[in-house]
Design a protein around this ligand. Structure first.
Ligand code: MRU
Length: 351
């Protein structure tokens, strides 16, 4: 596995480091986030991205936020509140961000009365626990889903739901890594994932690093591949899953699901319990991030549309549960995807 996408180095006065994913695959640079503003910016511009990794980064961002606070307990608690409110404005769709910030707030409150230094230590321990738990959940997703990746099969994935998007190992890519480790041979097709090319820049890169057979395709080629019988399975990640299984993921995922249904290809989502938002009955309530027009008109620095072209730039879409064959979680595969099945697998709360 490549080095962790985001990590905490040292103790309370240590530092938060992350791989700057905007520079991959041509530059592999680890940056340090020394202020909460730097953490916010790193999440906003996708230096760190992918729902679980955003959650881990936000949790560590809260530790960054209290590092400079005086040891007075009230000041520490105030810094927690301010940092959480601020980081919550970075990106709206991946629920892991809000889930991790909630956990950090709860830990701070649970340590009220213990004194500022103890609250700070508890926050650091919680951020590390969130990271470690995510790594363990990804491994378990890999174990739960590896049988889907059969000898000789073709798997299509969209965006990047690999180790770069999580604490370690990935969600949608975890069953692929597990099958690869077991010696199975199979082909992966990585959608390039316009406009920010997470599939081309990140998924293709990390699968090649791991020695997995991966072929990069443009997003608009998926239908032809399915028609030609090259795809036996679609496996994608998720940014937020509602109680009924409707799933928000990178823009373009819904189109792939419709294509998969038409061609009789099973479409699976892989996600940890921290990506479920059981407070939402359906995907209609999932907030969808809209990003700047320049990501479409000036992708990677070059103008590719007329001056002042009108654009529409949702960064995510929602795939209805009826198009999803199964959801692979760390607690097993839920199939068929129903509210009752998910609730039984996940329990009342999420995470
Ligand atoms: O905008 P991004 O790159 O953060 O979007 C990421 C995705 O849509 C991933 O598929 C999702 O977060 C799952 S990551 C395990």
């Amino acid at each position: 596995m490549p080095e962790p996408t985001v990590r905490w180095v040292g103790g309370l006065q240590g530092r938060m480091e992350l791989i700057d994913q905007t520079l991959l695959p041509t530059e592999h640079t680890v940056i340090t986030c020394r202020t909460v503003e730097e953490v916010w910016e790193a999440i906003k511009v996708l230096r760190v991205r992918g729902a679980p990794a955003i959650g881990v980064a936000a949790a560590m961002g809260v530790v960054v936020g209290v590092q400079g606070a005086p040891d007075d307990e009230a000041a520490v608690l105030e810094a927690v509140t301010e940092t959480c409110e601020y980081l919550a404005t970075s990106r709206p769709t991946a629920v892991n961000l809000f889930w991790a910030l909630d956990r950090m707030r709860r830990v701070a409150n649970a340590h009220r009365g213990a004194g500022g230094p103890a609250v700070k230590e508890a926050l650091l321990a919680e951020a590390k626990a969130i990271r470690d738990e995510d790594a363990a959940m990804c491994r378990a997703i890999g174990d739960a889903g590896r049988h889907l990746v059969t000898e000789g099969c073709g798997v299509l994935t969209h965006c990047n739901a690999g180790s770069l998007a999580t604490a370690e190992y990935g969600t949608a890519l975890a069953p692929l890594y597990r099958a690869h480790e077991a010696g199975r041979s199979f082909r992966v097709y990585a959608d390039e994932t316009r406009p920010l090319l997470q599939g081309a820049r990140l998924t293709t890169w990390e699968l090649m690093q791991a020695g997995v057979d991966v072929t990069l395709i443009c997003d608009n080629m998926a239908g032809v591949l399915m028609r030609q019988g090259m795809v036996d399975l679609v496996l994608v990640g998720a940014d937020r899953i509602a109680a009924n299984g409707d799933t928000a993921n990178k823009i373009g995922t819904y189109s792939v699901a419709v294509l998969a249904k038409h061609h009789g290809v099973p479409f699976y989502v892989a996600a940890p319990s921290s990506t479920f938002d059981l407070a939402l009955d359906s995907g209609d309530g999932i907030p969808i991030e809209e990003r700047g027009a320049e990501e479409v008109t000036h992708g990677f620095g070059r103008q590719t549309a007329p001056d002042d072209a009108k654009t529409y730039c949702p960064a995510f879409d929602v795939t209805p549960a009826e198009l999803i064959e199964g959801i692979v979680t760390e607690r097993g595969i839920v199939s068929p995807v129903t509210a009752a099945g998910l609730s039984a697998a996940l329990g009342e709360g999420r995470g």
